[in-house]
Design a protein around this ligand. Structure first.
Ligand SMILES: [Mn+2]
Length: 330
């Protein structure tokens, strides 16, 4: 890891460097970007954080305020020079949730299953619960002390991406958690934890309560308006809390297509594979065993016919049966 970070510094010589998270970044993506930004700064490299999409979730906005995380404006992103070095963090190029920006994507730091065929010059990748875990390991290997603010953000990133160390957590995450736990500001973590919902989010939860359809142990929710990725994921977790639902499929309208979040709490059901196959000819999808996301492209929406909800449910049920047998046996 240390060597790869040195390669990254080599790339950064005489070139501008930018840290790009996926669109609509979540706490793990922002915390990881914030940590890498600090690490680079200790080596004399200034690297602004940038992302497409907006941050509308209240806890993420609060996170940016508390830690004074700055991101480039859209206009500043448009002015990025083509020979700049882009670090993709918590995502990979060609992911449906990563808009292409100016500059060369030469570095990737990510914890999701490797799906891209893009050849990065430097890759720091391991499948763990949170990208913040990899960033914490980088601090340790480089023997750079982790400031309190950074430790707090990274800890929050790990908590959020592993649902409080309950989902997709690995030994690496637990080790990182133990390191950060001693350094972090507990009051700030509590403040962030206790303010994750805003009034406008209730519309999406309302849609979930009204529209939920359960097939076997699969719960489907169509949120009939555009909403941020983070909120779709929260609604997904929300319906997963129902005892009748073991697999959550939640989707919202996005640029005339559909944006998906899938959650599985059954250890033998792979959420990433499920969505990847269910949307194979109309969009894309992928992710972890327990959490995944995807997109139905606007230009392929017509394939879903007059009743897209029925088609979506049929696709997931059929894919499920193809992979695991009857949904009744769940
Ligand atoms: Mn992540």
């Amino acid at each position: 890891m240390k060597k790869r970070f040195e390669q990254l510094l080599e790339l950064a010589k005489d070139r501008k460097v930018y840290i790009q998270t996926h669109d609509y970044p979540d706490p793990d993506a922002l915390a990881s970007a914030y940590g890498i930004q600090y690490l680079l700064k200790t080596q004399g490299v200034e690297a602004p954080i940038c992302y497409f999409g907006t941050v509308d979730k209240v806890n993420i906005r609060m996170m940016m305020d508390i830690f004074e995380i700055d991101a480039l404006t859209r206009q500043e992103m448009d002015e990025v020079e083509e020979d700049s070095v882009i670090i993709n963090i918590d995502c990979q190029k060609n992911n449906s949730n990563l808009t292409d920006m100016h500059g060369e994507e030469l570095v990737c730091i990510d914890h999701h299953p490797w799906v891209t065929d893009v050849r990065y010059d430097v890759v720091i990748h391991k499948i763990v619960g949170a990208c913040a875990t990899l960033v914490t390991q980088l601090f340790k290997e480089l023997e750079v002390p982790i400031p309190k603010e950074i430790a707090t953000a990274l800890l929050y990133g790990i908590k959020m991406d592993t649902r409080n160390l309950c989902a997709g957590v690995t030994d690496d995450d637990l080790e990182a958690f133990a390191v950060l736990h001693h350094l972090a500001d507990e009051k700030k973590i509590l403040r962030l934890d206790n303010n994750s919902l805003q009034l406008s989010d209730l519309r999406a939860y309302g849609a979930a309560i009204q529209n939920i359809a359960v097939y076997g142990k699969m719960g489907f929710v169509h949120i009939p308006f555009d909403c941020p990725d983070g909120l779709i994921a929260s609604v997904s977790n929300f319906i997963l809390a129902l005892d009748a639902v073991e697999i959550a499929v939640v989707y919202a309208e996005r640029s005339r297509g559909l944006k998906f979040s899938v959650r599985s709490e059954l250890s033998d059901i792979n959420a990433g594979q499920l969505i990847n196959l269910a949307l194979r000819d109309i969009g894309n999808g992928g992710g972890h065993m327990t959490m995944a996301g995807g997109l139905v492209f606007a230009e392929r929406m017509h394939v879903l016919g007059v009743d897209p909800d029925v088609s979506v449910r049929r696709r997931f049920v059929e894919t499920f049966e193809e992979l695991y047998g009857s949904t009744e046996d769940l």
